[in-house]
Design a protein around this ligand. Structure first.
Ligand code: BGC
Length: 957
């Protein structure tokens, strides 16, 4: 018996590997796409940066059996024997990512060169990869010698509707006398900055250094300025703006807070350190200090939300170049250091111009105004090109929609002014201007003050977004679904803007935690958000409340533990769980255990908060969250129809968080914690079942306990709060809170509720994500497809057929019949939460589902509907490489396509029970080498495949 087994193993091994024994000696795999801390050639300030690469091969079924990394202080030394920083030696491991650097202690301000080679499954070494680098910023606080400088203009422009002081301009000239080898700029601000050397703007980043809890940390950037510095006189210059630090935070205006701006301080400040290394090895430092000069200039108003005014008549000709006459400039003011404020390298992806858009239409309006229609809702700014007389004022107003009479719709901007003004200097040539420190959410720009009709060139749209790399694409044979996908992508682009915002246009733009966790998995398919979310997880944990709850939005400016924007803002069930859910999803997508370790104690504190809040009873009974505002929290925000009890949802989230904690505890080898959270999960599940279900497994809530529901958001006096709702079942199924039998029952109830609701969904923010996955999980995939393909209100398709180019906040934000009738103010047309259907589109339509962290093993299990869609193709570039799943239905014939990255494997589910009718890569499955790895799964066949490209044909049952 044992001998037989050994033979089988030997046979299988030889069978799969034979081709390589007789082929050339080199390994069949090649390491490419080297990254450090999720980025290509980044500057970092981490002691043990994590390295990763992808493997490619032109043969199927390839894995890595070992790797070797070498790191050196110069390219010359980057050889196996020369590597002076680290030689990992041959490490027997199949890991290709999250590999912590273990070499010599890293020093500040150095470039490190590295490369890697991999051994394939037959033990043959690949060639060395191309060299890559990372650079270190400042690893010690003492490396910073620059001081904070600024120029307080806060008292200006005070008595207008908006208090919008001018932007400070700062400058210094310095001599550089020797030959330069390298030069770096280390720069940051409290507020926003642009930095110029000898008249040239440095870098292409916007809105740096990003929004953080500035009392705790400020990020800085590092730029290679070797080519910008010249021997002789140099000018260093900067414009500061108010940004999130001292500008308006719109939500405060909305909620009529006594304070609406300057939440962290009233004066923007700059800290810049230029380090020049001369050819001879000496160093020179030029830093911000009392020798800098300050003034105000043409940027007479500059606010991130309300807009900018640029008076070109006040331009300071040559101020950013050497030899400028500084007459009238004042000495810059030096501000003290705050030792508690960490200075760290920006860990995210900076906001950059993603794309330029040309006008699709130019519509003349009364009184010499025009509206430029870009045909696409987006976040960004415009570039204006005009000619006119000195003092002409061009006013630009922004909107997402037009009223039926053609007027710009601005009601939904609420208190955000969202307007820019350019005052001409009257140049003979064209004058070109674009704002630098404000952005708007818009499709339309109304422009007034022009002397002649605008051309296509007059106003160009500049789309701004955090520069997250694209990882996904999705296409079907259904035009409506394709448009929906595009709308999801545009909404993500518009709102992944330094932090994940709810919407870009109105007086809000906050990092609402509920929106963030509902959508994160959808976002992961579209873009590599590892670095972007590494940044926001810091914001979120920095904002953790003293009772352990995660807040409703982050960053959340606080004073003495109280939210400054609105005192009653704290946390909400369904929102606060972002601290657990986002960490978990990032771990699953990127195999990132460092984030779990970093925030483990914060997450434990949150779980303790839930325990305390439930009085140790593992359940949130009706009215458990009466002490927060709004009562009960935000609930299934913007759902339509019967409202789900927020306490029922809070209990479900409690169980779900416990389950995720258990899995994360296992990932970081915290065995005791794992066992503890297993127990919590079981306890909450049991209590949920006992308290919130009747004997038939139907959810129920004692609605009377809520009385008249005063103070609760969305409470419906006629219907009260319920448990028997689409949102409740969808969540219970998605979170795996029920027994197998009850899960199926819940699926039936869910289907029934949809049918009773004329076949329509009724879910809000908390129900939308799990809705279609829950239907699919309970054999109701056809119903999921029906909801996806519906174009009737409320549905995703309804938005598309009503002209949406982004995802709307409300299902009925606009209808052709009723216009904006439904709550115009609370009506964003660029809100990603309902786009959470993307998770189902990739995960179920294309069927790409993660199994082990980082997609080392995954599943391809597409759901083929009876009708409506005949073709789907999706790709997702995971941290382990690019995955493709596609299928095409021609009558009863199904053609499937799969690409599985090197060093990964996938179970692919083929929707045909008869192996006779399945062929892989042109060969009948039964006669192919893959047959050994085939199993039946219900009415499907599943085959485990190694890396490579596959074409599978079958006949549908
Ligand atoms: C935001 C939402 C957010 C909510 C809290 C709204 O104003 O736009 O997206 O989650 O408030 O319920």
């Amino acid at each position: 018996m044992r001998l037989k087994k050994i033979y089988t193993i030997l046979f299988t091994y030889l069978f799969f590997n034979l081709p390589f024994f007789i082929s050339e000696a080199d390994a069949q795999i090649k390491p490419v796409h080297l990254r450090c801390e999720y980025k290509n050639t980044p500057v970092i300030d981490i002691a043990e940066p994590r390295l990763s690469w992808e493997l490619v091969s032109n043969r199927n079924n390839q894995t890595q059996s070992a790797y070797q990394i070498i790191v050196a202080s110069s390219v010359k030394l980057l050889t196996e024997n020369g590597a002076d920083i680290w030689n990992s030696g041959k490490v027997l491991s199949n890991s290709t990512n999250q590999i912590g650097f273990k070499g010599k202690k890293l020093l500040s301000g150095k470039v490190y060169y590295w490369k890697v080679r991999s051994w394939d499954k037959s033990g043959r070494a690949s060639a060395w990869s191309k060299a890559s680098t990372w650079e270190t910023g400042f690893l010690k606080r003492e490396d910073w010698i620059a001081k904070w400088i600024g120029y307080n203009l806060d008292s200006l422009n005070k008595n207008k509707t908006y208090h919008l002081p001018p932007a400070p301009y700062l400058r210094k000239e310095a001599n550089v006398n020797k030959k330069i080898k390298t030069a770096r700029l280390y720069v940051t601000s409290l507020g926003l900055y642009e930095f110029y050397i000898n008249g040239k703007r440095i870098g292409e980043d916007f809105f740096q250094p990003g929004w953080t809890d500035y009392h705790k940390r400020v990020y800085y950037q590092v730029y290679d300025i070797t080519k910008n510095i010249r021997q002789g006189k140099n000018a260093f210059a900067s414009i500061l703006s108010y940004g999130w630090y001292s500008g308006y935070l719109g939500y405060a205006m909305l909620v009529k807070s006594p304070q609406v701006r300057a939440f962290y301080g009233d004066t923007p400040k700059l800290k810049a350190q230029i380090e020049i290394e001369y050819a001879g090895g000496e160093k020179e430092y030029i830093v911000t200090d009392e020798t800098w000069f300050a003034n105000q200039g043409p940027l007479t108003e500059s606010d991130i939300l309300n807009g900018e005014t640029y008076d070109a008549r006040l331009e300071l000709q040559g101020w950013d170049k050497p030899g400028y006459n500084q007459h009238g400039w004042k000495s810059a003011v030096v501000y003290p250091e705050n030792e508690n404020q960490a200075l760290e390298i920006y860990p995210g992806n900076p906001v950059r111009i993603y794309k330029e858009l040309k006008a699709k239409k130019i519509i003349p309006r009364p009184n010499g105004k025009y509206i430029v229609d870009f045909g696409q809702n987006f976040s960004g700014i415009i570039r204006l090109k005009v000619k006119g007389a000195e003092g002409d004022s061009i006013i630009l107003r922004y909107g997402e929609m037009l009223h039926p009479d053609g007027k710009l719709m601005t009601e939904n901007l609420r208190k955000a002014r969202a307007a820019d003004t350019y005052i001409l200097k009257g140049d003979m040539k064209e004058e070109v201007w674009q704002p630098g420190f404000t952005y708007h959410g818009f499709q339309y720009v109304e422009i007034s003050g022009l002397r002649k009709a605008p051309s296509e060139e007059t106003v160009i749209g500049l789309v701004l977004s955090s520069s997250v790399p694209v990882t996904g694409d999705f296409e079907t044979d259904n035009a409506m679904v394709n448009k929906l996908y595009k709308n999801i992508v545009w909404t993500q682009l518009s709102n992944y803007f330094d932090i994940p915002t709810d919407c870009p246009q109105r007086d809000e733009r906050l990092g609402w935690t509920g929106d963030a966790h509902v959508y994160i998995k959808s976002a992961i398919y579209n873009n590599d958000i590892s670095a972007f979310f590494t940044k926001w997880m810091t914001d979120l944990n920095d904002a953790q409340l003293s009772n352990g709850a995660y807040p409703s939005y982050a960053p959340m400016p606080m004073k003495d533990g109280v939210a400054m924007i609105r005192k009653t803002d704290s946390y909400s069930p369904g929102w606060m769980e972002a601290g657990i859910i986002c960490t978990y999803e990032l771990y699953k997508a990127y195999a990132d255990t460092r984030l779990i370790e970093k925030y483990w104690s914060n997450m434990l504190r949150f779980m303790k908060f839930l325990e305390t809040k439930s009085k140790g009873e593992y359940i949130f009974k009706e009215r458990s969250f009466e002490d927060i505002h709004p009562k009960g929290g935000y609930g299934d925000w913007l759902s339509v129809g019967k409202q789900t009890s927020p306490d029922l949802l809070a209990t479900m989230y409690y169980a779900y968080c416990a389950a995720l904690m258990s899995e994360m505890a296992r990932a970081i080898q915290k065995t005791e914690d794992k066992l503890f959270f297993d127990k919590v999960f079981e306890n909450v599940k049991k209590k949920l079942y006992e308290h919130y279900t009747d004997k038939t497994g139907q959810f129920k809530v004692d609605s009377d306990i809520y009385g008249n529901g005063a103070g609760y958001s969305h409470y419906n006096p006629q219907k009260g709060f319920g448990g028997h709702t689409q949102t409740a079942y969808a969540n219970a199924i998605y979170m795996r809170l029920l027994s197998r039998e009850d899960t199926q029952k819940a699926g039936n109830y869910l289907k029934e509720l949809i049918l009773k609701n004329s076949g329509k969904l009724s879910t809000g923010f908390l129900g939308v994500k799990p809705l279609l996955p829950a239907l699919s999980a309970t054999d109701n995939g056809d119903m999921a497809y029906k909801l996806l393909l519906s174009t009737e209100y409320p549905s995703w398709g309804f938005e598309v057929v009503n002209g949406a180019t982004t995802i709307w906040e409300r299902w009925n934000s606009y209808t052709k019949e009723k216009g904006f009738e439904n709550n115009a103010g609370m009506n964003s047309f660029n809100h990603y939460s309902f786009g959470a259907v993307n998770e189902w589109m990739f995960g179920n339509m294309a069927g790409i589902k993660n199994e082990t962290p980082g997609y080392r093993t995954f599943i391809i299990k597409p759901e083929i509907p009876e009708q409506g869609i005949n073709r789907v193709r999706a790709n997702y570039r995971s941290i382990n490489g690019n995955i493709v799943s596609g299928w095409k239905k021609i009558g009863r014939k199904l053609e499937m396509e799969a690409i599985i990255p090197v060093n990964t494997s996938a179970w692919i589910y083929i929707p045909s029970s008869s192996t006779d009718k399945i062929s892989i890569n042109g060969k009948q499955l039964k006669k192919s080498i893959y047959y050994a790895n085939t199993e039946t799964a219900g009415n499907k066949v599943k085959v485990k495949l190694g890396s490579g490209s596959y074409k599978i044909d079958c006949l549908l049952e």
